[in-house]
Design a protein around this ligand. Structure first.
Ligand code: BGC
Length: 824
């Protein structure tokens, strides 16, 4: 580390000052060594740079889910490079992304910001995105580390997840990207994992991230995610954002004096901050790249055209001909949902609407609104009648439906997996009026499609960014064949998900990951649950044939660390138009494996463009990791010897080629429990039947040992207001705040996010965020009141605990008011 000796010249407080931001978005400068302050900014699907309280205008690219649906590593690299250039132009040194949490359930409000339910897909795409951004001399911040798959109560919730699922599902994507791309920073999530906040989780931040994976960069907190700054530093959290100023510096200095933290603790993290800035300097010193927003808009369009997933195509509607008489139905055609809400929201430079784009393409167009965007859950008889009439009068119908904006929103989760009621009703009515209907579906996550049998075609666009309309027109007109694949399974109904009742936090704010490794297709396949559309699925205007699977060996020795398995096969475009296919390579573990295994797991994927009639040979290389599982007993990856299947498919459910391979390994599996008798339901992937005893056996520790005493429900400042609903004062405060938010004139998505954030933020985090305006004593006073303490005592503690900074701000104002009223 370049600054490791230099840092010793700084005082303890100076060192500590480097460990928090200068403000919301900047690091602290250190003039004495010529280290300036650098800026970190959100993305990750565009540049969300704040300029004061405004966000600058920038290009909005396809959201993470849409980008993942491209199954295209090169596209993610290009997206990263393009964003890197925008950061350079705006002098931003770290782009806060990509977000790669696993889509554990379709309900997560932030699913649109995440890639997949599969860690290999997420990790490989992330590695390419990171490499793309960083190739421009700009850093990334892979987030949110880790097991942050629920939004509600995210600042308090505890992800209770067994070691194996943690490594195989929730950490694996991070591991792949760290090993392949070394992001400059990693963002520690808000939540706890197995009892410890991610920001204070030494096991995650130091033992695994640095110890096992060799992470070389800096760990930054999610914004306000630090609960105990001293514990966080000891666990390996380098930079607290936004900076808490003297509040944290005082705590660190006090802990240093008390011998709780060492010079080494302070200096290691402070050096990482200086080194991060040092890495950013060369790019900052060079001239900003020159490009126009129009050029990047064109990139957004090209990237977007590779994302949408053709879920169904009867061939009667798509692709369109310029002479077709088409009814465009649905207000979303004129007002597309291009992105989700929250910290990923871009102040879009311009938006191509589908309607404008289609007007340029088609000579004979009509339009009907179909539903009201302000009340999409209420069927409007007049709008439906107009839509039905337009559908009847047309040859073909393009019917635009979408989820509600608040369904794709940070800080809150969806209540269900349904589309707005008026849109579901409209699809049924329009398809009955004209079966030659293509539904253009736009959501940030999997939704229930009760009407899937009715339309002739369904195209899932996902949140496609600002070039939505033009990219869509490229696909609808057949200039580009759809080539996206689902990066997540579409269950038929929410009740079919692995553990519908364990997605939300329980009464102790624990998130019980009862399904363990059986997430997404790993669960649906193992449990034999039929899905609407499987993982990896997506059609094209053309067809592809797979042939000539060849493996370099039929015997793989897993004890040979460098052993490689080369998998080759041919893909032929057998249709009459050009197109791209994303072949997926899965590995199936031995059917009689000792430890529970999914039926198959994705190990590689690629994307090939093929002209009509063309054949290409695809080559992918697998290594030992393709056969491994994580052994909690041995605390390491292990390989069970046996016969494995190498499966090549067009989706997880459409395997075209298959070969067996015999894998040898010296790993001693006698350490493992006999899961067949110990946890039979779990072994079979029958998560519904996993009882508490089985769950605890898989979890490996007794959760009951550290659950709070149910008799003692007193709150501390580490709790949030929502947890006080059982006390008289707490219920009243919850009620007032809940109602208050209903009255705030904000869009529904922002309202939900703001309400859930305020109700679920730990009281002491409000203090840390206030940069010295509030104090711990004030937080204690609030906790006292919520515990039904007297108002007079609350006011006294609050007043006595008010820091000078706040008093100095309030006094002049109070004096003025009191003087006016002649009180003074
Ligand atoms: C989000 C992060 C984001 C940060 C800064 C947090 O609330 O969880 O994803 O990067 O804010 O805006």
């Amino acid at each position: 580390m370049k600054y490791s000796s230099w840092i010793k010249q700084l005082s303890v407080r100076e060192q500590a000052s480097l460990l928090g931001g200068a403000d919301f978005w900047h690091t602290v400068p250190m003039d004495r060594c010529g280290i300036p302050s650098v800026m970190l900014s959100d993305g990750p699907t565009g540049l969300r740079k704040m300029n004061g309280i405004r966000t600058i205008k920038s290009v909005c690219y396809p959201s993470a889910t849409a980008a993942a649906a491209s199954f295209d590593k090169d596209a993610l690299h290009r997206l990263g490079e393009t964003l890197g250039e925008e950061c350079l132009q705006e002098r931003v040194s770290v782009l806060l992304g990509p977000g790669i949490n696993i889509k554990r359930s379709p309900l997560c409000g932030r699913n649109f910001e995440y890639y997949s339910e599969d860690p290999v897909l997420a990790g490989e795409l992330a590695a390419n995105y990171i490499d793309g951004v960083q190739s421009k001399g700009v850093g990334t911040s892979m987030k949110h580390f880790a097991a942050n798959s629920t939004e509600i109560a995210r600042m308090l919730a505890d992800s209770i997840v067994d070691e194996r699922a943690l490594h195989e599902i929730y950490l694996r994507g991070f591991e792949i990207a760290v090993r392949k791309a070394q992001p400059w920073t990693i963002m520690a999530a808000y939540n706890k994992v197995n009892g410890a906040y991610c920001t204070e989780n030494k096991y995650l931040l130091t033992d695994i991230l640095r110890g096992k994976w060799g992470f070389e960069g800096l760990v930054v907190s999610d914004w306000t995610a630090v609960s105990d700054r001293v514990a966080a530093l000891k666990a390996g959290l380098d930079l607290e954002m936004p900076g808490a100023g003297n509040y944290s510096i005082d705590k660190l200095a006090k802990a240093y004096r008390a011998g709780e933290i060492t010079d080494d603790d302070l200096q290691t993290s402070a050096t990482r901050v200086l080194d991060l800035v040092d890495k950013a300097l060369p790019a900052l010193k060079t001239a900003a790249p020159k490009f126009s927003k129009d050029e990047h808009h064109q990139v957004a369009r090209e990237l977007a055209a590779g994302c949408p997933v053709l879920l169904k195509n009867g061939g009667n509607v798509l692709p369109l001909k310029a002479s077709d008489r088409v009814a465009v139905i649905g207000a979303r055609a004129k007002n597309p949902l291009i992105q989700g809400a929250g910290s990923a929201q871009i102040n879009t430079w311009k938006v191509d609407t589908p309607w404008q784009a289609l007007e340029r393409e088609l000579q004979n167009l009509s339009y009907a609104e179909g539903y009201s965007l302000t009340s999409p859950d209420n069927v409007n008889a007049g709008l439906t009648a107009d839509a039905v009439a337009a559908a009847k009068a047309a040859e073909k119908v393009l019917l635009f439906v979408s989820s509600r904006p608040e369904d794709a929103c940070e800080g809150t989760d969806r209540a269900d997996m349904k589309l707005p009621a008026a849109m579901n009703a409209l699809v049924a009515a329009v398809c009955e009026a004209n079966p030659n209907t293509a539904v253009i579906l736009t959501t940030g996550s999997a939704v229930e499609l009760p009407w899937a049998d009715c339309p002739d075609a369904i195209l899932q666009t996902y949140l496609l960014g600002e070039a939505f309309g033009t990219a869509l027109a490229d696909l609808l007109m057949g200039r580009v064949s759809p080539s996206g694949k689902l990066p997540e399974s579409y269950p038929k109904a929410y009740e079919d998900t692995p553990c519908p009742e364990c997605y939300q936090p329980d009464k102790n704010l624990n998130l019980i990951y009862k399904e363990s490794i059986f997430v997404g297709y790993r669960y649906y396949e193992k449990s034999g649950t039929a899905v609407q559309y499987p993982f990896g699925y997506g059609l094209s205007y053309t067809t592809f044939a797979y042939s000539n699977l060849a493996l370099t060996t039929k015997k793989f020795n897993a004890d040979d660390e460098g052993a490689k398995l080369v998998v080759k096969f041919d893909v032929t475009n057998t249709g009459s138009v050009d197109g791209a296919e994303a072949p997926q390579i899965y590995v199936a573990a031995p059917t009689d494996s000792l430890v529970p295994r999914p039926c198959k797991e994705l190990k590689e994927f690629t994307k090939v463009f093929l002209k009509a009639g063309e054949t290409k040979t695809v080559t992918v290389i697998l290594d030992k990791s393709a056969f491994e599982y994580f052994s909690a007993e041995m605390d390491r990856w292990a390989v069970e010897p046996g016969t494995y299947g190498i499966l090549v498919g067009s989706s997880s459910a459409d395997i075209r080629l298959e070969e067996n391979i015999s894998v040898t390994s010296a790993d001693d599996l006698s350490y493992e429990a006999d899961y067949r008798s110990l946890t039979p339901a779990y072994y079979a992937g029958n998560i519904r039947a996993v009882d508490e005893e089985e769950f605890l056996d898989v979890l490996g520790y007794d959760l009951n040992d550290y659950l709070p005493d149910p008799e003692d429900r007193r709150l501390t400042k580490a709790n949030c207001i929502a947890q006080a609903a059982h006390t008289k004062h707490g219920a009243a405060v919850n009620n007032v705040l809940g109602k208050g938010f209903d009255m705030v004139p904000l869009p529904a998505s922002l309202k939900a996010m703001a309400r859930d954030t305020i109700l679920y933020v730990p009281i002491n985090k409000m203090v840390a965020t206030s940069r010295g305006l509030l104090s711990d004593d004030m937080a204690d006073a609030v906790a006292h009141y919520l515990n039904d303490g007297s108002l007079s005592e609350t006011v006294k503690v609050f007043a006595l605990g008010t820091p000078a900074t706040l008093k100095n701000l309030l006094w002049p104002w109070l004096r003025k008011r009191m003087a006016k009223k002649d009180i003074l």
